[in-house]
Design a protein around this ligand. Sequence first.
Ligand SMILES: C[S@@+](CC[C@H](N)C(=O)[O-])C[C@H]1O[C@@H](n2cnc3c(N)ncnc32)[C@H](O)[C@@H]1O
Length: 205
Amino acid sequence: MTKKKEVLRPSLWTPRPVDETIAVYADWAENYDAEVSARGYRTPDRLAAALADHAALDQVVLDFGCGTGIGGAALRRAGFETIDGTDVTAEMLEKAASRGIYRKTWHSAPDDMGFAAGTYPIIAAVGVISLGAAPAGVLAPLVAQLAAGGLLGLSFNDPTLADPSYADALQAEVTQGHAEVIFREHGPHLDDVDMGADVIILRRL
Ligand SMILES: C[S@@+](CC[C@H](N)C(=O)[O-])C[C@H]1O[C@@H](n2cnc3c(N)ncnc32)[C@H](O)[C@@H]1O
C-alpha cells in the first residue's frame, strides 16, 4: 500500500479550491506532526527566531493557520509568552488546542478570520500563505488586520516562490505602501526533500 507521505509529496504544493485544502488538512491532522517532524520541518523555528529578534517577547502573537500547533510551539521556544491560534481546519485546530500552549484558539473561515483589525501587534503565518494552503489573496487582508506598526512573519517555500502570484501579492503590499519588508532570508524548510523557504517579516505602515 502506498503511504500517505508518498501520496502527499507530489500533490501538496499545487493550487486547489479552499474546500479541498481543508479536506486535505482534515485528513492529515492525525499524522501531520509525526510526519513533518520526521521530514525535518525547519521553518517554524526559523520564523519564530526571526520574529523574536524584531519584537518584544511580552507582546501577544496570533499564530494564523496554526494547524496542529507546531508554529505555536516554536514561538514558545523562541520566548513568546502569550500566543493565540486560529485555523480553517477544525481537525488541525483541535490538535493545536490540546497542546495547552495557546491562550485561546478559534475556528476561522476563509472569508472571516474571526478577530477585529488591530487586535494583534504580531501575527505569524508559518507555511500558511503558500501553495497547498491559503492563496496569495489572503496576504493583503492579513496585513490589514495587523495593528499599526505591527509585524507579520510569514514563509514562502520554494514551490511558492516559483509561483508569481505570491511574489506579486507581497510586492503589491510594499508598492501600495501598506507594509515594508524588514527581514527576508532563504534557508531550510523540509530536510528530506531538500526544500528551502524564505522567512519574511513585514511591518505594517
Ligand atoms: C502547511 S499547514 C501549516 C500549519 C502550521 N502553521 C505549521 O507550520 O505546522 C497549512 C495550514 O494552513 C491552514 N489554512 C489554509 N488556508 C487557510 C486560511 N485561509 N486561513 C487560515 N488557515 C488556513 C490549513 O488548514 C493548515 O492547517
